[in-house]
Design a protein around this ligand. Sequence first.
Ligand SMILES: Cc1cc2nc3c(=O)[nH]c(=O)nc-3n(C[C@H](O)[C@H](O)[C@H](O)COP(=O)(O)O)c2cc1C
Length: 202
Amino acid sequence: MKMNILSCVFAAIVGLFSINTNAKGDDMTNKKNLVVYFSRAGEQYSVGNITKGNTKIVAEIIAEKTGADLFEVKLQNDNYPADYTSLTEVAQSEHNAKARPEIIGDVENFADYDNVFVGSPIWWSDMPMALYTFIEKHDWSNKTVIPFTTHEGSGLGSVPANLKTTTKANVLDGLATYGHDAQNNQDKVKESVGAWLTELGF
Ligand SMILES: Cc1cc2nc3c(=O)[nH]c(=O)nc-3n(C[C@H](O)[C@H](O)[C@H](O)COP(=O)(O)O)c2cc1C
């Protein structure tokens, strides 16, 4: 009995000092969180024709769990082909050309956010070029960047390294989700997002 009381007191003290910090000691309490993402509906690999993009589904789960604001990066002139194979070709030439397609609108008060989740489908192991347009428009000093991707085999690809180079911010461990899971197995995705957020200290 004495042991049990002591263990409870110890657990309560540890709990008091460990709430909302991750392994690196970042404290996520009272932080302002933003989820910025790019995503496409239409024909996608392995899932056929979809009405909501895979990355958008994961972005909304993260926003719901963290209370983050959401911003979807959209093209000013969206003339990407509807079929998957043609889109991969256009995306590859944009990637090779380091294109920076114009995007619609912007996040209000970007400077106010502490944590920015950046969500990307993997395109040729990287982010779609429109995300670079967004990234290069902003000052990322003092921000923590948290990558997440949807993919069909490449995981996070070169996204964390490229986010580090372009934002020069503190980049935390990312989450890679199969696009077909985001589309068809959302209970599983909610669980893995929850576990990842806990690991990060949210
Ligand atoms: C242009 C293009 C390139 C892609 N390249 C890759 C790739 O290199 N590796 C990979 O695992 N998946 C690749 N995919 C699959 C997408 O990453 C995957 O379907 C993703 O979930 C799509 O997300 P979205 O619906 O949010 O746009 C590619 C898809 C497209 C359209």
